[in-house]
Design a protein around this ligand. Structure first.
Ligand SMILES: [Zn+2]
Length: 340
């Protein structure tokens, strides 16, 4: 059920190596822009040239761009894309128009590029503090099932995570260390009062219909991108604190999402992908921030798994592995390449 260090190492090496390969972007390559419904799309052919993918294959609507250490999969008409097996839910589906296939420019710049080139995110690796936010607490139980409350699971993961990160030399700041109630705004203010650079990780478990299951990770929607599951509103164009870190947010989400799933074991969960939302903590916190939903307490099978302390430990270990991985990925420096 649990991760082997060699698997983690392989993933880490592959991600770091992929930076070497894609940081050699083609200096002269330009993005070929197409327009549909008033939105800009980048043609896949120019994306292939820009990131130096040697090959692009098509089978039906499925497209695979393959480099030495990187596999990027997309599907015409679908919002779901994968990068080295990590699933991302784009804001807009991949389109085909006038004989060309395109990915929306906002998805490319705000979601895909920061993952392909995390080392372009300025100063993101310069932190030793991790704010650990155990969701809910006190009078707010969060999800509840026959076994336990979400607030209790969140706190157990948060405490294990603190132990793991402290052992690695990180300073951990807990929004709560016991069963107390805090508003979302109080969590934001606590994180923003810190003088030093930090990252913010909010821990939750999910509830939904009986069939819903799996792990999902949220980062703040960039400006002009809707809150999850809703249409774009005029307020979606306002810049929020969290939008200062759009790129770092996605890189952190990539690390957390992939490592939590790896530690739980792919066979024990379902990958619901990395998604964008305007949850209050993500909107307000000025540090790179993510919110991870570690499984569904409403799903009969997953509820039993979550009740097992080994599952909670796997979630904590996944986040801990991710913090190290993220820091390494964003700190990597390869000189002289072009930004889009
Ligand atoms: Zn929750």
């Amino acid at each position: 059920m649990f991760c082997h260090l060699n698997r983690l190492h392989r993933w880490l090496t592959r991600w770091i190596l992929s930076l070497v390969c894609v940081s050699m972007v083609h200096a002269q390559a330009q993005w070929d822009l197409m327009q549909l419904d008033g939105r800009d799309y980048v043609s896949l052919t120019s994306l292939k040239a820009f990131y130096n993918f040697p090959s692009m294959k098509r089978e039906g609507n499925n497209l695979t761009l393959e480099g030495k250490n990187l596999i990027f999969k997309l599907k015409v008409g679908d919002q779901e894309v994968t990068l080295n097996g990590v699933k991302f839910i784009c804001t807009y589906p991949v389109i085909e128009s006038g004989g060309k296939i395109g990915i929306s420019r906002i998805d490319l710049t705000k979601l895909i590029d920061p993952v392909l080139r995390p080392s372009y995110i300025p100063n993101a690796g310069n932190f030793r503090t991790v704010v650990i936010d155990a969701g809910h607490g006190g009078k707010d139980s969060g999800a509840v099932n026959a076994y336990n409350t979400e607030k209790a699971y969140n706190l157990r993961v948060a405490q294990e995570l603190k132990t793991l990160l402290t052992a690695k030399g990180f300073k951990c700041v807990m929004t709560r260390s016991s069963d107390i109630y805090l508003t979302l705004q109080e969590r934001v203010e606590l994180a923003n009062a810190l003088k030093e650079s930090a990252i913010f990780i909010s821990i939750h478990f999910n509830a939904g219909g009986r069939a819903a299951r799996g792990v999902e990770t949220f980062t703040l929607s960039p400006q002009g991108v809707a809150h999850y599951g809703q249409g774009v509103k005029s307020t979606d164009f306002q810049a929020r604190n969290g939008n200062l870190n759009d790129s770092a947010n996605v890189a952190l989400a990539t690390a957390v999402h992939s490592q939590v799933i790896r530690n739980i074991g792919k066979e024990n969960t379902f990958d619901r992908g990395i998604k964008r939302a305007r949850y209050s903590v993500l909107t307000g916190v000025k540090h790179p921030a993510i919110l991870v939903e570690g499984g569904f307490m409403s799903h009969p099978y997953e509820a039993r798994l979550i009740e097992n302390p080994k599952y909670l430990s796997a979630v904590a270990r996944g986040i801990s592995d991710a913090v190290t991985l993220y820091q390494k990925a964003v700190s990597y420096r390869k000189p002289a390449a072009t930004k889009p």
